[in-house]
Design a protein around this ligand. Sequence first.
Ligand SMILES: Cc1cc2nc3c(=O)[nH]c(=O)nc-3n(C[C@H](O)[C@H](O)[C@H](O)COP(=O)(O)OP(=O)(O)OC[C@H]3O[C@@H](n4cnc5c(N)ncnc54)[C@H](O)[C@@H]3O)c2cc1C
Length: 212
Amino acid sequence: MSTTAPSDFARLRRLHERGAYDAATIHAVLDAATHCHVGHVIDGRPVVIPTLHWREGDTVYWHGSAASRMLRNNAGGGEVCLTATLIDGYVLARSGFHHSVNYRSVMCFGTARLVEATEEKTAALKGFVDRLFPGRWDTLRPPTAQELKATAVLAMPIREAAAKMRSGPPGDDPEDLTWPAWAGVLPLHIAPGAPQPDAHVTGGLLPPATPG
Ligand SMILES: Cc1cc2nc3c(=O)[nH]c(=O)nc-3n(C[C@H](O)[C@H](O)[C@H](O)COP(=O)(O)OP(=O)(O)OC[C@H]3O[C@@H](n4cnc5c(N)ncnc54)[C@H](O)[C@@H]3O)c2cc1C
């Protein structure tokens, strides 16, 4: 990932003070996000697909069926924009204009390659499962050759990326601060519920620790 200033293409323009380009910030947002959207062009038309992702160093991964149009297209070397977003809260102001949202988002640009070697693919998939549930991969039935063949894994070294974040209270105009409307932040977050074991779980088997 480039440590230099962002290119003109990736540089934030609107509210650029909310932006960051350093690896630590980009990685933190990618790691905290439950999912991403992969944007690419197919037959001259933009397509944006929601999917799960994970990261190792400066490489971001996603996976799917080997027959997936998205994965076949991504493996073709075309430009990809992978965006991940967390919504941290609705921001309610005293005017409609100043309503906002607290968020952390990243946009990563690059080209992807298909992970083909069995060992590398298996390690990548282990990273995917263990990112969500640390240590779970080693408790699972190992993948079969057929399962690995049916699964495509894409790896995209992050060529450049931008993060944009907002936090804090609304930014009302000073003359509005006495306006009689409630204002503040309504926090939002995704949280796991109570585990629901399926009908085949036997005594003594515990659910994994829930991701934070
Ligand atoms: C949950 C959420 C809600 C939002 N709601 C609105 C809204 O209602 N209206 C609105 O105008 N904007 C909203 N934004 C901000 C929006 O994502 C854009 O940043 C903004 O619209 C500027 O767009 P632009 O076309 O001018 O970007 P450009 O100036 O074309 O972007 C240039 C470059 O800046 C970087 N960049 C831009 N936006 C982001 C981003 N969000 N995250 C990371 N990198 C970025 C990319 O590298 C991009 O290539 C929202 C963002 C989030 C995460």
